[in-house]
Write a protein that binds this ligand. Structure first.
Ligand SMILES: Cc1cc2nc3c(=O)[nH]c(=O)nc-3n(C[C@H](O)[C@H](O)[C@H](O)COP(=O)(O)OP(=O)(O)OC[C@H]3O[C@@H](n4cnc5c(N)ncnc54)[C@H](O)[C@@H]3O)c2cc1C
Length: 280
């Protein structure tokens, strides 16, 4: 638990929550599965977000809006999200957290925690997810941008209120691949691919990787290579090499930098292979 916690706030309006949050002493509380075990001595007050009306999954004309306090389990139970992601949403959520943890952990807390290996964040990057963030004025930014400037935003007390996932085009293909110590364990490295194809040609490509940097990231050079090219085995191989080439992953007991870089190439190839309808 938090050793210096003195005050527990449960505001009923967004304005009040935004006014209260002042890191590092006063911080938001989602499901608490990251925050509470940290034993962070700087935290003196928490702002419980559960009464802000931010627990919802709402289909709109151009996508899905998901409130920040929606639990990960609710995502898994959404038929629309499962349908739009070809079932990959279920797979990444099961890899992210156990059933009990999914019931407690929130979408906002998961994004704010920004775990570099989190497979849900990797899939969301490939899906081109965006966020609404109050700091204190509302702004709308891509998940990719948020992850890049996350430390600054959190220092400033930014509050995530909503995640938006754009609706897929009818020609979108999607793939995901990972390696872990066991098939059920959290990924050491993972990759997700979303490709809009026009006939055989890739029109829009998003490739995302986890476990290869300080946060989940897009493989921009590989995306640019594939754009306008057919999704042939040769082009997939070249894109995978480009994705791995520029990476400089940190190593730990679960995977050295060399292993993580090598797996990034293998997994981009597999994720694109699945998108092509021919998993390796
Ligand atoms: C036993 C255990 C196993 C775990 N295993 C994994 C795993 O395998 N893979 C993995 O990726 N993670 C794992 N986690 C981490 C954790 O469960 C997830 O990252 C979780 O999704 C965090 O969500 P939360 O709502 O509980 O966040 P919280 O703990 O409530 O918050 C996390 C951080 O984000 C801030 N925050 C919360 N909500 C918001 C918001 N709306 N806007 C801005 N900031 C906010 C908090 O102040 C805090 O700093 C594990 C945790 C535990 C306890």
């Amino acid at each position: 638990m938090l050793p210096n916690l003195r005050i527990y706030h449960r505001p009923e309006s967004l304005e009040e929550a935004v006014r209260l949050i002042r890191p590092p002493a006063v911080v938001p509380l989602g499901g608490g599965t990251v925050l509470l075990p940290t034993r962070d001595p700087a935290v003196e007050e928490v702002v419980d977000l559960s009464r802000l009306g931010l627990t919802y999954i709402q289909a709109v004309e151009n996508g899905i809006r998901i409130g920040a306090t929606t639990s990960l389990q609710r995502l898994l139970e959404s038929p629309l999200l499962m349908d739009w992601t070809g079932g990959y949403m279920g797979l990444v959520l099961r890899l992210t957290a156990s059933r009990n943890l999914r019931g407690q952990a929130t979408v906002g807390g998961t994004v704010a925690a920004g775990d570099p290996e989190n497979p849900l964040l990797v899939l969301l990057l490939a899906l081109d997810a965006h966020l609404t963030v109050y700091q204190p004025e509302p702004s709308y930014l891509s998940l990719e941008r948020f992850l890049a400037v996350r430390d600054d935003l959190r220092r400033e007390g930014a509050l995530i209120t909503e995640l938006f996932i754009p609706a897929p085009s009818s020609s979108r293909r999607i793939g995901f691949a990972h390696v872990g110590r066991t098939p059920r364990d959290r990924p050491i490295v993972c990759a997700a691919a979303c490709v809009d194809v026009d006939g055989e040609i890739c029109r829009e490509v998003r490739l995302a990787l986890g476990g290869v940097g300080r946060h989940p990231l897009r493989a921009r050079n590989a995306e640019e290579f594939l754009q306008g090219r057919p999704l042939t085995p040769e082009n997939i191989r070249e894109a995978a090499e480009r994705a791995a080439f520029s990476l400089n992953p940190p190593g730990d007991f679960r995977g050295s930098p060399e292993y993580r870089r090598a797996m990034a190439g293998v997994l981009v190839r597999r994720a694109l292979g699945e998108g092509l309808g021919s998993p390796e």
